[in-house]
Write a protein that binds this ligand. Sequence first.
Ligand code: NDP
Length: 495
Amino acid sequence: MASHYTLAEGCPYASNITSVQVRNGSGGGLVLMQDTQLIETLAHFSRERIPERVVHAKAAGGYAVFEVTHDCSDITSASFLNAVGKKTEVLLRISTVGPERGSADTVRDVHGWGMKLYTDQGNLDWVFNNTPVFFVRDPIKFPSLNRSHKRNPRTNVPDANMFWDFHVGNPEGIHQIMHLFSDRGTPASLRHMNAYSGHTYKFTKEDGSFKYVKIHIKTQLGVKNFTRETAVKVAGENPDYLVQDLYDAIDTGNYPLWNVYVQVMDPREAENYKWNIFDMTKVWPHEDFPLRQIGRLTLNRNPQNYFTDIEQAAFSPSTMVPGIAPSADPMLQARMFAYPDAARYRLGVNYQQLPTNAARSPVYCPFQRDGFMNFSTNYGDDPNYVGSILRPTVFAAASKGNGRVASTITEHEKWVGEACGFATQITEEDFEQATALWEILGREPGHQERFIGNVADHLRGVTDSRLRNMVYVLFSHVNAGLAAGIQAATEASLS
Ligand code: NDP
């Protein structure tokens, strides 16, 4: 802690904290232009806010440790996974998706899970959700989906008509709708929540072989959820309930713990598997691809400063390390563009240099020079172009890399030619896993009834009866009794 205030440029500041004023004789004072700190203070205040994330604005976060628990060298050469017991520092940010930064965090929503592993071979971001599937599989629908969950452009309030209009018109999201309106749509605590990659990724090895994987992060404290009624009540009492709960738990040493698993699929199995593995609206059933543990995650340190550590954090599915690679999932491919683009808009072109985003391992990336707010050494007098023969020592040192990008392009992509077809067509198969989840809810007393109540409570906001009827038809493809239950509960609440 400094012993005295200074100006931002370091000049010691006068001992009192008032502005410099000239008395005018009648007891008042005139401020002077030369009081530059007054001007700086007001001008800086006007600029304190950076653009809010267009989605995932409201969040909690902290630091964690990832520890390898099981050998997985047979499926990946990722350095941070190469020895049982190896630990990697992690930044974790857990968010709601649709509502704004100041919104209540217990509202029904999917929850985002941004995780940055500061590995010894650069950063790895796992940008997951607390559901194993997603609403759409065609990335061009992504902005529309999110707008339909936000505010009506005319009334400026969230609108059930918009929400259901989008989902009736894009029914591939029914599986995710089933997750959203189950109890898991209102977690009672971020500590008691799972996270899933949703996307299919690749685990790669140095010999060029790879496996397809899905990643599951499962709470060791047990999944706990609020009922709709409790979630609404808590939202009114403390809109920051989940943020506070996580902070307090870490602060008191009550560290949340998750186990990290992968489902592993051989590329040959993928070719003949019942489900298109690049379809983000589908899971891989556990029975076919059992979970295999690779590690554990312990969240054990609160941020020192929320703005610098969490708000300025930028996560992207494109941030990867050798041993992990993207698949041909169109949503993943699109997110690999969209997330860094959002960070450039929100934080500036040098966002990767911010301390919270900077790799802990050495960085030499002369592809990126200069730009606004560049506070690195900017590679000093090294060539500001790549492939120099005048300074070959620099080039050689920088080229000891791993070829991550090249290694992701494999022969296997050649058989995958149906991205357009599967992304646009809807078949009865799209309802099968939604039906499976409906049956799983039936294993837990009262869950199916709560699900019907959760949908009906939202659906009664739909003023257009034609649209309500289309929603009943949508759910009838999942289960006839479910659709009838929703219809009866919704229409009864309107009469
Ligand atoms: P299983 O019958 O093998 O296992 C059931 C799984 O359902 C559990 O492992 C649990 O996932 C999940 N589950 C249990 N209760 C709920 C709930 N209230 N809300 C959401 N998920 C719940 O399942 P399958 O693998 O054969 O898949 C059947 C359905 O289970 C899928 O259609 C999917 O909706 C759901 N599910 C499947 C997952 C997967 O990756 N296969 C992951 C999560 C859900 P968990 O252990 O992760 O909590």
